[in-house]
Design a protein. Sequence first.
Length: 58
Amino acid sequence: MAAADVAAGRLHSLFGRPVAAPGGYHLVYPPALAGDRRLRNIRGWLLAEAGRFTTPRA
């Protein structure tokens, strides 16, 4: 998600490797929107992006 900023030199890796962070994110929406195509699209995109950056836990 920040690849363009890293490539442009605006962001730098502090540790030279991925670092696990405690916590997480939650996508929250009213039950009435569960079938909304737009919500399904953004959820799918978020999951795909997150999957690109997961690392095995030690």
